[in-house]
Ligand binder design. Sequence first.
Ligand SMILES: [Zn+2]
Ligand SMILES: [Zn+2]
Length: 146
Amino acid sequence: VQDLFKARTSKQRQVILDELKRVDSHPTADEVYLMVRQRMPRISLGTVYRNLEILAEQGLIQRLDGGPGRRRFDGRVEGHYHIRCLSCLRVADLPDLRVSVPEDEAAALTDFEVTGHALEFLGICPECRRQGLGAANHDAEASYGG
Ligand SMILES: [Zn+2]
Ligand SMILES: [Zn+2]
């Protein structure tokens, strides 16, 4: 029975990992649940949450924390930067961006052992801009009376 349980658990985790690696939309746990349910209709939301956390602990996926209820997951673990839309909160990859980060300087300034850095770009995505949801757009309408 123990083996059967273990087999089922690892199958579930594998499906979650597969589904996450298939997309580049950086889904929330709820969105991952909807994707996984297509393949495993009886899986529970709690199981998906738990396995996402385990996969993140194991370094097999990336956890992107964006404030309460904004946690998203990424099947890509190789270093890449993200850009977040402030209007719809979606996260996109910036795969080819190279940024030189002065980690030595950070270490010198703080006496920390610096092991890495987190950098996220913020803005308004193309879809939101098309719908006029950009912050700049609202300002323009207000000042010029539309
Ligand atoms: Zn957007
Ligand atoms: Zn990403």
